[in-house]
Design a protein around this ligand. Structure first.
Ligand code: F6R
Length: 610
């Protein structure tokens, strides 16, 4: 999704801004642009497509200066083209704005501005900001920004420069992440929507909260609210490294991230699992033992892949902690009238910690009196800062747009939560130890599958031209079927659906013929025998069966066309193991189709708009 980077300081800003944009590429975008302030005023270059196209536009018409703002745009209002790319300028070309988010009342604002003589050159909602600031400008940029934002409904993270009040960047946030970087050199400041954009220059950051504005100049920075009252902010230190957001010899980030999973799930468990006691220590819960024991309901809310891990969490918690648990799409939850009491725990799952619907759902749950618990990967993200308690995933930066390592870490975090809740309620120490031991075995088991990735690649070769896929599983493996199908469709553009295996005969079975590959997640678990019947139903209709099994199964002999062995574990942890070959299958099919695996079309890494 859209990205912002800005720089003010002693250096020429161009390289810093272009490098910053490249670090934001993973978020997904379809055009890019840059505005630089120099002796000639504000100069802007934009291009449709990738940053390389922007670089070409700049080399054709060079520009440089010490202050600048830059943007990668993911189209919302108006198609991706040069005209709609950010930055957007006012009528005089002296005010330049980059914006993440959506201005909901841009229609009436645009009409009002046009009536008073403003001329628009794009179809975007963002352009109204440039004209509103122009209309309000009376010599001081931050005052004009405050006046303009007072008229705006919607969400924004913005950075603004003006040749009429030069030597400063004004940034403001409401509902779209923004942070300030404190540079290593005196008088050097950055603004970015994502720390990845500036990490090569600084680790010292100040996160802006909603309703805050920052003014960056070569003499310092100031944060204030939208009434111009100064706000005191703490400085945070980023403790992950740039090489964590580089490919490290892999062809794609997604493949690197799949291969990182033995380590990333260990990081999720580190210091939390107490195997001897069959227990977990979760320091960030911020709930007393009594509060945890009194919970009468857990609601888990999330989107996409995180919603799939939520479904697995629901099964774990109900089975082992015996607490009623509901899973809701965040986008639905926020607009319903859900039953929430002060004994409800709302668990919010998000890799990015910035997903607009998930954040809004969490705020709604809080407003209704629930305690909120964030399972978040990105440290310092909005959900992580606003939840009542949290379990960081510690999976490290996930750059590939398709979520992989965050998913397995989410399932691990949910297993740790289940252990904690279960042992405070119904789970015996023996059961707790069994779960803890199975958790400890997972990293080695994942590694043993990754060592056989070539087997999955071979299966993938057979299906590069497939046009449809079905993924089937029962119990804990039903959400894995959904996740396997999502992974395939989002990066390979092959239509894929996940179903509970037994539901197939209530409709999808009509689709089965020799052209329909069907992936069965069929480890030797408590529902294995039932899955065998479903495999038979597919085979009888000529479908091509790919099965994930955990041991030689005589019942499947002659019924499966392709097989990949996954290690044996307890039912509730099967999803962690089964996800790995499904991620690899999607990856290899997409890579063999020659597609942009890390930045699939139309998708964004962090969906910060509704
Ligand atoms: C799929 C994927 C998305 C995200 C969803 C939620 O691979 O990445 O479905 O899972 O957009 O994102 P987070 O977890 O950041 O809230």
């Amino acid at each position: 999704m859209c990205g912002i980077v800005g720089y003010v300081g002693p250096k020429k800003s161009m390289t810093t801004l272009i490098d910053g944009l490249k670090r934001l590429e993973y978020r997904g975008y379809d055009s890019a642009g840059i505005s630089i302030m120099n002796g000639k005023g504000v100069e802007t270059r934009k291009a449709k497509g990738k940053i390389a196209a922007l670089e070409q536009a700049i080399s054709a018409h060079p520009l440089d200066g010490n202050i600048g703002i830059a943007h990668t745009r993911w189209a919302t209002h108006g198609p991706p083209n040069e005209m709609n790319a950010h930055p957007h300028t006012d009528c005089t070309g002296t005010i330049s704005v980059v914006h993440n988010g959506i201005i909901e009342n841009y229609g009436p604002l645009r009409a009002m501005l046009q009536k008073t003589g403003h001329t628009f050159t794009s179809e975007t909602d963002t352009e109204v900001l440039a004209h509103l600031i122009e209309a309000a400008f009376d010599g001081n940029l931050e005052e004009a920004v405050i006046d303009a934002l007072a008229l705006v409904e919607g969400t924004y993270g913005i950075a603004v420069i003006s040749a009429k009040d030069p030597d400063k960047i004004v940034a403001a946030r409401k509902g779209s992440p923004l942070l300030i970087g404190l540079g290593d050199q005196p008088g050097e400041y950055y603004v970015a929507s994502d720390v990845a954009a500036i990490l090569q220059h600084t680790r010292q950051v100040v996160y802006l909260d909603d309703g805050e504005m920052a003014i960056l100049t070569r003499t310092g920075y100031e944060v204030c609210d939208l009434d111009a009252q100064t706000v005191k902010k703490g400085v945070s230190r980023i403790d992950w490294d740039l090489d964590q957001i580089e490919k490290g010899g892999f062809d794609h980030f997604m493949l690197k991230e799949i291969f990182e999973q033995p380590t990333t799930i260990q990081n999720t468990m580190r210091g939390r699992l107490v195997p001897d006691e069959g227990f977990s220590k979760l320091g960030g819960l911020n709930l007393t033992k009594e509060e945890l024991q009194q919970l009468d309901q857990i609601v888990i809310t999330a989107c996409g892949t995180s919603w799939h891990s939520a479904l697995i969490g629901e099964m774990m918690i109900e089975e082992h902690a015996r607490i009623r648990c509901e899973v809701e799409y965040a986008s639905e939850f926020r607009y319903r009238n859900p039953i929430i009491t002060d004994k409800t725990l709302c668990v919010v799952i998000s890799q990015s910690g910035e997903t607009a619907d998930t954040l809004a759902a969490m705020r709604e749950a809080k407003r209704r009196g629930a305690k909120t618990l964030g399972l978040v990967n990105v440290v310092g993200s909005t959900i992580a800062r606003e939840d009542d308690g949290g379990i960081y995933l510690h999976a490290g930066p996930e750059i590939g747009v398709a979520s992989t390592k965050a998913f397995t870490s989410q399932v691990i975090a949910l297993a740790l939560l289940t252990l904690k809740l279960g042992r405070l309620r119904n789970m015996s120490v023996v059961k707790g130890r069994e779960v803890a031991q199975a958790l400890e075995e997972l990293p080695g088991q994942i590694q043993s599958m990754l060592d056989r990735a070539a087997e999955v690649e071979k299966i993938a070769e057979e299906f590069v031209t497939a046009t449809n896929f079905l993924y089937l599983g029962r119990g804990y493996n039903f959400p894995v079927a959904l996740e396997g199908a999502l992974k395939l469709k989002e990066i390979s553009y092959i239509h894929a659906e996940g179903y509970p295996a037994a539901e197939m005969k209530h409709g999808p079975i009509a689709l089965i013929d020799e052209n329909m590959p069907v992936v069965f997640i069929a480890p030797h678990d408590s529902v294995f025998d039932k899955v065998v019947s479903n495999v038979q139903e597919v085979k009888a209709r000529g479908g091509r069966v790919i099965a994930l099994t955990s041991r030689d199964e005589p019942a499947l002999h002659g019924k499966i066309d392709y097989e990949f062995r996954i290690p044996q574990t307890i039912d509730m942890l099967n999803p962690v193991l089964a996800a790995i070959p499904l991620q690899l299958l999607a990856y290899y099919i997409a890579a063999k189709r020659g597609l942009n695996v890390d930045q699939p079309r139309n998708l964004a890494k962090s969906v910060t708009v509704e």
